[in-house]
Design a protein around this ligand. Structure first.
Ligand code: ZN
Length: 263
């Protein structure tokens, strides 16, 4: 393991670029650190939404049972300026560029903001472990809408809590809420991609949330190299082959530049 500092940053960048060049089954795993660089606060950090709202009051079961909780949740949805305004940053764009060069098999993400797709990754290349806030669905009949369509309806009709237009069922954003299980298909697909990968780039995740945190470990145990890029210490640093301490966008930019340099 190499924890980089300014002295050996260029050597570490060159090594990561070399490994990406050699890789045939590169999988990226991204967390909140990638989104914060687009202005979306990590919901667990100061300034995040759980400083303002108590997550214990907003579990999936309470959402279903209590109209007051649904009202609060939709208020949060409408007030989530960061979500509505966020644009992909250099880290998202770097991953999309790796895809264009045929170097990226998939991105597994803990983020729900859809910014990987906005950066140009096809939807089928993005595995969203915690769902997406870009879509709203009816818990009763399963119909889905883009979140912006529901936002426009809320504004146009002056609603506090929107209901399904087809069946009057309860609507919910397609994110995985507290108390809701991880989506089985996405989790299974992530484990398969991890087992089959030869290089996993972990970007902006502290790897503390289970079971998502298991994914890079599965890759490592299956023989893949693991490269971690994060601002602070992560739970995977001890088994990683290379660790970068820094901003995801900057480090990814340096790595891509180094790859171009190799021709
Ligand atoms: Zn419905």
């Amino acid at each position: 393991m190499t924890t980089t500092d300014h002295k050996d940053l260029s050597a570490a960048v060159a090594l990561a670029a070399k490994w990406i060049g050699e890789s045939e089954r590169l999988v990226a795993f991204t967390g909140a650190g990638v989104s914060t660089e687009s202005g979306i606060p990590d919901f667990r950090s100061p300034g995040g939404i759980w400083e303002k709202y108590d997550p214990r009051e907003l579990t999936y079961l309470k959402f279903l049972a209590d109209p007051k909780v649904r009202k609060l949740r939709w208020k949060m949805f409408m007030e989530n300026e960061a979500m509505w305004k966020a644009r992909p940053n250099a880290a998202h764009l770097a991953l999309a560029e790796l895809h264009r060069r045929g170097k990226l098999r998939a991105v597994i993400t803990q983020n729900v903001d859809g910014l990987h797709q906005d950066a140009g990754l096809p939807a089928d290349k993005v595995i969203e472990l915690h769902g997406t806030n870009r879509e709203v669905y009816c818990i009763n009949c399963g119909q889905r809408w883009p979140a912006a369509v529901i936002r426009d309806r809320i504004l146009a009709e002056g609603l506090e809590v929107p209901e399904c237009v087809a069946c009057a069922g309860i609507l919910k954003t397609a994110t995985v809420s507290f108390g809701q299980p991880m989506p089985e298909r996405e989790l299974g697909e992530s484990e398969r991609l991890a087992r089959e990968s030869d290089l996993m780039l972990v970007i902006g995740s502290t790897l503390v949330v289970h079971p998502a945190a298991m994914i890079p470990m599965i890759a490592k145990e299956a023989g893949a190299r693991v490269v971690i890029i994060a601002l602070s210490e992560t739970a995977g640093d001890h088994y990683a082959d290379l660790v970068f301490r820094g901003k995801a966008g900057e480090i990814m930019g340096l790595i891509l530049k180094s790859m171009k340099g190799e021709g």
